[in-house]
Write a new protein. Structure first.
Lengths: 482, 250
């Protein structure tokens, strides 16, 4: 039996597939952060004055803030003066007008990542925005979407073309001084995606953004803002990869979702940033603030995430359930292997009456990795009839990894119904032997068991993504059993 | 088909099998009986390739090959099936999915085309009807929340679908009520064939009322102390095991 658990441990060591670097000339700002750098970013983006002022205010807040230390992760401190805050492919300085203007090397990169912008997107009916380092390089299907009145464009374009929406909504869910990383992002964010779904419109296709960090010593600070106006619906997918580099790279994004009355937003993420090598060298620091605001009655926001990458993940996609009868959901699979660390979970803030939230978190740990679920359920005094169900399961592979659960509950209304279930299990030698006795190899058996463990979350993903997520999980755990 | 010679097996310092000899030919049904702790389950698990046991002496030959060299999944693909005494639960893994994966692993090994989901469902439903099983079992997690009897029936379903050459059924009769026992036994009988061998590990004679064995062996303290025809099982039912132990040590 001991040998089969050793085997279990050694199955996890497949290589990171997206670790190539694209050799492309970039326009990169010198490292370091000060007001001039922020002015330069704003100028390069040809931003209106209000945006620059907003950034500078965020920068002033940031200078007064401390990096948080409460999370269950350890890392060498980030030297914020050694990071470059802006990198853009040189040839696209002014941004491509159409796919034909996009550098073919970039398109090749996305091809390698399995995201051919034209062909596959068209077949799949997915509109794709691709962010390469700091700029958005291509948005497909723009015309078809605009017929429906949907705005889906790079964030920098939205700042220029739809300033009224930006002024109204930017920072209304994640304020500039919300936390250290959100303040940093607000000061230096370079690009990202902007989505507006007008009243009563059901977005005719899945919207999707792929983020890639390519340049060395560069931070990526994208900003995503999605507004679903009354009675509208949108499903949005986000994917992320990065090359393999020995240094740690910083990714500090902010995502804000706003659902007005009767609107629904479904936000799905497959995060596969470079996790570092098997000794824990290199990898992305993923410090991300994601929050959705169910601002109107009967609105719904649903987060689904599959987290396999990053050296460190610090991320709590949350819902503010402000509107009466609004619904928040969080479905998460977080896989850590080798020396990865994840501290992830959600916050459900019940403010409106009869608000409901569901949390399903599946943590898988292998190698020497540490996986933490941290979740807050808060029911405010006025939130009569609030309900929450939390289910938090951990699966351990091998004996050197850890799983930790920190559920916080603050209930200030006696009518609230709150349920919390938690389990921790191991893939047992008996389960593996049973599968092997039926002719299934050990590796396939582990994949089968892990996928079974995550099923409740995978079924929330859009079809195309679910397949990708499953494949990714198998890769991430290769060699975990040995 | 299977030839075991002087097999000695231990866990840690404890010797569990102390020189087992057994020959099983195609078409035969053998029953292995014996008191608790005599090594019956160990023998079954060692044939299947469980790595918790250390083989210290002896040989196991299966279809002319040294079985002890093969990994458990290779043995399975070569046609060895173990019906577990305590089938393990695998939550979240669909029963049909596991079965289809198992069948296709075997088929690939035999150089056959993989069977698709539609053909598989048809086959599974056919077999389930034979065993009197509810088709909704297919969509549940593997043994997840199954009663003891349901788990045993599920093992027989797997047996029926995988159609192994050598089936070892470890106390498949325990925990079954009389109706379940009858339908499980019918399932096993329907699989008797001239090119398949079956080894039944059991405590009780009652299973053998339904499945008539060609040979009965009594395992006691790690050795086969008596072999005979089906009348041996009846004798055991009447006298218990003690007279054999006494005879063996005398």
């Amino acid at each position: 039996m001991s040998t089969s658990s050793e085997k279990l441990e050694s199955l996890v060591n497949r290589r990171y597939e997206h670790g190539f670097v694209t050799d492309i000339e970039t326009d990169t700002m010198p490292p370091g952060l000060n007001k001039d750098v922020i002015r330069a970013i704003s100028a390069r983006k040809k931003e209106p004055e209000f945006m620059l002022k907003w950034r500078l205010r965020a920068y002033r807040y940031w200078l007064t803030m401390q990096e948080p230390t409460w999370s269950h992760v350890r890392y060498t401190p980030v030297d914020y003066d050694s990071i470059s805050y802006y990198a853009a492919p040189k040839s696209d300085k002014d941004g491509p007008k159409s796919l034909d203007e996009v550098d073919p090397k970039l398109l090749e990169t996305y091809e390698k990542l399995g995201i051919p912008l034209h062909e596959r997107a068209r077949l799949a009916g997915v509109a794709v925005d691709a962010v390469f380092d700091s700029v958005s390089v291509a948005t497909t299907f723009k015309e078809k979407l605009s017929e429906a009145g949907v705005i889906f464009c790079p964030f920098s374009e939205a700042v220029r073309d739809h300033p009224e929406l930006i002024r109204k909504y930017l920072g209304s869910v994640v304020p500039q001084r919300d936390n250290f990383f959100a303040a940093l992002n607000s000061a230096v964010f370079s690009d990202g995606s902007f989505v507006y779904i007008p009243k009563g419109v059901r977005c005719p296709m899945e919207l999707s953004t792929y983020f890639r960090i390519n340049a060395a010593n560069t931070g990526q600070f994208e900003r995503t803002l999605i507004i679903a106006d009354e009675g509208s619906y949108v499903s949005y997918l986000e994917g992320c990869t990065a090359p393999m580099r020995d240094e740690n790279q910083l990714h500090a994004a902010v995502v804000e979702l706003i659902a007005l009355k009767d609107a629904q937003i479904k936000y799905s993420t497959v995060q596969n940033w470079y996790p570092g090598d098997e000794n824990g060298k290199g990898g992305i620091y993923n410090f991300v603030t994601k929050r959705g605001d169910c601002r109107g009655a009967n609105s719904k926001i649903s987060w689904t995430q599959v987290e396999t990458g990053s050296a460190i993940t610090w991320k709590y996609p949350s819902c503010i359930l402000r509107g009466d009868n609004s619904v928040g959901e969080f479905y998460s699979v977080a896989v850590v292997n080798n020396y990865q660390q994840a501290d992830t979970g959600t916050k459900m803030i019940h403010i409106g009456r009869n608000t409901r939230s569901t949390i399903v978190s599946k943590g898988i740990s292998a190698g020497h990795a540490q996986n933490t679920y941290r979740g807050l359920v808060r029911v405010m005094p006025q939130a009569t009839g609030a309900r929450n169900h939390t289910q938090c399961d951990s699966l351990l592979i091998g004996k050197d990894c850890g799983a930790h659960t920190f559920p916080y509950m603050e209930i200030r209304n006696p009518s609230a119904k709150i349920e919390h279930e938690a389990t921790t299990s191991k893939i047992s030698a008996d389960q593996l032997f049973y599968c092997r006795q039926r002719g299934i190899s050990e590796e396939d058996a582990v994949n089968m068991i892990v996928n079974g463990f995550c099923k409740e979350v995978f079924k929330e993903l859009p079809m195309e993504f679910a397949v990708e997520a499953q494949a990714l999980l198998n890769v991430s755990l290769e060699g975990a059993v040995g | 088909m299977l030839e075991i010679k002087n097999l000695k097996v231990r866990i840690g310092d404890v010797e569990i099998l102390r020189g087992v000899n057994l020959t099983v030919n195609a078409g035969e049904v053998h029953a292995i009986m014996g008191p608790n702790g005599s090594g019956k389950s160990t023998l079954a698990l060692v044939i299947a390739g469980h790595d918790g046991y250390e083989v210290t002496a002896g040989t196991v030959t299966y279809q002319g090959r040294n079985l002890l060299d093969l990994e458990p999944e290779e043995r399975a693909r070569e046609g060895i099936f173990l019906g577990f005494q305590y089938p393990v639960e695998i939550p979240g893994v669909n029963n049909a999915y596991l079965l289809k994966a198992a069948l296709n692993a075997r088929r690939r090994h035999q150089g056959l085309d993989e069977i698709d989901a539609f053909e598989f469902l048809k086959l599974a439903k056919e077999k389930m009807a034979l065993l009197g099983m509810d088709p909704k079992f297919l969509n549940r997690g593997v043994n997840e929340g199954f009663s003891g009897g349901e788990k045993k029936r599920n093992e027989i379903l797997q047996l029926a679908i995988l159609e192994p050459k050598l089936a070892i059924l470890d106390e498949t009769d325990s925990g079954l009520d009389i109706d379940a026992l009858r339908s499980v036994a019918e399932g096993i009988n329907s699989l008797r064939s001239p090119d398949r061998a079956i080894i039944l590990v059991t405590h009780y004679q009652r299973m053998l009322d339904y499945i008539e064995p060609d040979q009965v062996h009594v395992l006691s303290e790690g050795r086969i102390v008596r072999s005979g025809d089906k009348s041996l099982a009846l004798q055991l039912e009447e006298k218990g095991y003690d007279w054999l132990r006494e005879a063996a040590t005398a």
